[in-house]
Design a protein around this ligand. Sequence first.
Ligand code: UD1
Length: 428
Amino acid sequence: MEKIIINGSNPLYGSIEISGAKNAAVAVIPATVMCSEGICVIDNMPDIEDVNKLVRILRTLGSNVRKINNTLIIDNSDLQSYRADSDDVHNMRASYYLIGALLARFKKAIVDLPGGCSIGDRPIDQHIRGLEKLGVNIRIEHGSVIAETDKLVGNNIFFDVVSVGATINVMLAACFADGVTVLENVAKEPHVVDVANFLNLMGANIKGAGTDIIKITGVNRLLGCNYSIIPDQIEASTYMMATAACTGEVLIKNVIPKHLESITAKLIEMGVTIFEYDDSILVKSVERLKGVNIKTAPYPGFPTDVQQIIGVLMSISEGTSIISESIFENRFKYFDELKKMGVNVKIEGRAAIINGVNRLTGCKLRATDLRAGAAMIIAGLVAEGTTEIVSIKHIDRGYPHIEEKFRKLGANIYREYRSDIKEFKNII
Ligand code: UD1
């Protein structure tokens, strides 16, 4: 079985480069389906499994995709199919963007229900309701979403919950709707803005992304363009938190400091020193972190995707810390694993009450999902002795070259491959 092995307790020093944002990339790639003329050249693509899966899915639809280093060159002019039903579709979350994108292109989409991290119920009712308001008939049969319409028509849509996925999915379809669509109570995450910027560069007319109201005026076609994905705020947060947990001093390059404000504020509250530059952040650790409280919230609040990671820092901080998880109801499973390392935590519904301990000890862990896997790596880097992490496919879905990046900072971390699959890894 493939695993990550860590010999802990090394401080982190040096600099690392943050990759393109996973959650932007996994929406931009499906959005290219809407471009029937010209070629999309997309730079700063993260080298992660979720991107590889989407590339394979596009190819099953008839897309011509080439990958050169971190650039994807996508020609969707001969796209044939509106049916996305390969294993890759239900092994990831963001395949749901194909519903909006294929509807825009073909007025019909048959897309298997998505998978992704098991962190809660994760319904797609807001996606469906929003698309229905644009005049789409949607039913779920045999594990697939079947969506069709004669004509997409603009409408006013108020989302009941703030959802990244629903905001982007409905925004995609609305680009080709007749007239004006107004989306209210939308997600404001940087990747929502990035997708809107990409669509606008292809010729869409979207205003207000990044605010509470997005206004989309329908257009007839989108054309190819050159685009570069924004830096990954969650990957950057992970390395900022890792530096604080392990002690040391790390310059985190290729970031947008504004996207990291909630993380920076919490780290400063924990006693960490942060210097912000134009496109980098320097993190200097403190001898002992102070306990803090967080409540996860949609952007610009504290991201749920960093909740598991700060949970590790709280585990070794002075005093008591409390996490209130307000986005996903089942995002504390990782603590069952961390308890094996000596973490002192009590879960009460949507809250985790953590009493900081002086040391963690290495052991065998199973990554329960993507961000939990990253949290376990940080716990292993902090812990005394050796930590072995299995089920690392979750981590590969979202973190490019994570062991190499940590090794560059002085960590003792490596991957033990299954000898029979090593040479086929990451081929797309
Ligand atoms: C996206 C991110 C994920 C992040 C999450 C919240 C991607 C590919 N994934 O996931 O990394 O953790 O945003 O920032 O971008 N909800 C409904 N009905 C819906 C949709 C969502 O009730 O139709 C609820 C969810 O259960 C959750 C909340 O809305 O409680 C937010 O979910 P959402 O923003 O949609 O998350 P995802 O798009 O799945």
